[in-house]
Design a protein around this ligand. Structure first.
Ligand code: SF4
Length: 357
């Protein structure tokens, strides 16, 4: 079996009490059965505090209670987890112990990413000199899980490796590369639709789509408004998106191009940062196509994320990691929002590929 993860993975250390946006906010965490059983043996007074702060949600799951500010009720005034501080890390539930590590298993392949919804994971990705994967192979020839089509997974492996190489080392701007990825994904989806998985490994990369000649901000405005229409985790997020869409719309073409030029001049690493983000999204989402065949929708989602976050960064230079974190919490971690976005962007007539970039 092959195991893969980004090479900066081992550098991750939780920021604990100094985290600028703790993961112990807004999310209902449902402890696993083993953790719930463990809590019965917690030392006092922690045992009573845990028991008082476990509630049953509308789906019938037992979760940690969130207070009026959306913070986990077990968070201490110094922003530490009471279970970890007073009893030890070994007693965290599986979900809290793993975050921000997310593992996808395919039987023959296990991949772990650090979700950029965590500010420290976002910082590591932002500052990485390149997006490089570390891989180990135990030599065992495990088959894919039942339900995973082996040839589809092999086609996704091959296409993703080609795309990551193009993004990370290929010639051209990030926008030109993404204008290659989108039509390539459409070709791949054609192979998948015909059941011709073997052909995926030999589909050549097409030339980049022609850019939108107007070089205007209209498509980005439309994308920001699409994101603003998703179900928010925090109300500030759609407010920010609508405000930025309004500000972008109000710019003349000359001012829009000047804003971009000023941003790119002030942040010479902007293209590397965006490339790292795109590679992370491709790494994390591409193979999930085994569940629904929607490889073009995923490519479109990745391009849309890149375009939206680039345009948000124009107004908040230096706050790229903050914006990535917020986007990830609102979209990547909300299955309904992610599915809705992939579904909406899957229609090339409603969202022409060149307009996503
Ligand atoms: S968001 Fe990341 S750095 Fe912050 S508390 Fe959670 S795991 Fe630690």
């Amino acid at each position: 079996m092959i195991e893969r993860r980004p090479d900066y993975y081992t550098q991750f250390r939780c920021l604990g009490g100094v985290c600028p946006d703790t993961c112990c906010r807004d999310w209902s965490v449902a402890p696993d059965e083993a953790a719930l059983a463990d809590y019965a043996a917690a030392p006092s007074p922690l045992r009573g505090r845990i028991a008082q702060n476990l509630v049953t949600d509308e789906d019938g799951d037992v979760c940690f209670r969130l207070d009026g500010r959306g913070l986990c009720a077990l968070l201490t005034p110094d922003s530490l987890c009471a279970i970890q501080r007073d009893w030890g890390e070994a007693h965290l539930c599986a979900h809290c112990a793993a975050y921000p590590r997310f593992t996808e298993e395919y039987g023959c392949l296990t991949e772990t990413a650090l979700a950029v919804s965590c500010p420290e994971a976002a910082r590591l990705l932002l500052e990485a000199p390149s997006f490089t994967l570390a891989e180990t192979d135990d030599g065992r020839d495990d088959p894919p899980f039942d339900g995973v089509e082996p040839n589809l997974l092999a086609g996704l492996e091959c296409s993703r490796a080609r795309i990551l190489a193009l993004l990370d080392e290929g010639a051209g701007t990030i926008w030109e590369k993404l204008r290659t990825v989108l039509p390539h994904a459409l070709d791949l989806e054609g192979c998948i639709g015909m059941g011709e998985y073997d052909r995926m490994v030999s589909v050549p990369l097409p030339p980049p789509l022609e850019p939108d000649p107007s070089r205007r901000q209209g498509p980005a405005v439309r994308l920001l408004n699409l994101l603003a229409g998703l179900d928010p985790l925090r109300p500030e997020w759609p407010e920010l998106l609508k405000e930025r869409a309004k500000q972008l719309s109000a710019l003349s073409q000359a001012d829009y191009l000047r804003l971009r030029a000023d941003y790119e001049r002030a942040n010479p690493r902007w293209e590397r940062q965006l490339t790292n983000l795109v590679c992370y999204l491709v790494f994390r989402h591409w193979h999930k196509t085994v569940n629904d065949d929607a490889v073009y929708g995923r490519a479109a989602f990745i391009c849309a994320a890149c375009t939206a976050l680039y345009h948000l960064s124009l107004f908040q230079p230096g706050e790229e990691a903050v914006l990535w974190t917020r986007f990830s919490r609102e979209v990547e971690h909300d299955e309904n929002n992610l599915d809705e976005l992939i579904w909406a962007l899957s229609d090339p007539d409603a969202w022409p590929p060149a307009g996503l970039l």
